[in-house]
Ligand binder design. Structure first.
Ligand SMILES: [Zn+2]
Length: 127
């Protein structure tokens, strides 16, 4: 990948990391509005659900943060954009959608077939 592209992804990932760091510390401190993507209004009333949701959400944020930091390391090492499993270049569109991903689509599908990954690439389903 060209340095210019790497730079762009680094900026993107750094912004993402900042957001996640906030989300993680917020999750540690207080309860907050549940994720509209995951929330079921009927369930919101129960305190235990909220607590569990919050816990899960901060776990997710933590995991995302880890993935984002790993991606930034790969930017530094200039291996960013290569699948960590098969070393093929990851589709640029996929990188745009999920810049923290470690796997090309083939490997990701392979992984999901064997073990569902709750966070890695979850957001790619939106588009
Ligand atoms: Zn691959």
């Amino acid at each position: 990948m060209q340095a210019k592209q790497l730079d762009r992804f680094r900026t993107k990932l750094e912004a993402r990391r900042k957001e996640l760091q906030k989300a993680v510390s917020r999750g540690n401190l207080e309860s907050r509005t549940v994720d509209p993507l995951e929330s079921d209004p009927a369930d919101r009333a129960t305190h235990s659900y909220q607590k569990e949701h919050l816990f899960r959400e901060s776990q997710n944020a933590r995991q995302m943060l880890r993935l984002t930091e790993q991606a930034l390391t790969r930017v530094q090492e200039a291996t960013f954009g290569d699948c960590v499993l098969c070393a093929e270049e990851i589709n640029p569109k996929r990188l745009e959608a999920v810049p923290w991903t470690r796997h090309c689509l083939n490997c990701q599908e392979e992984l999901e077939r064997s073990k569902p990954s709750p966070v890695d690439d979850r957001l790619s389903a939106q588009s």
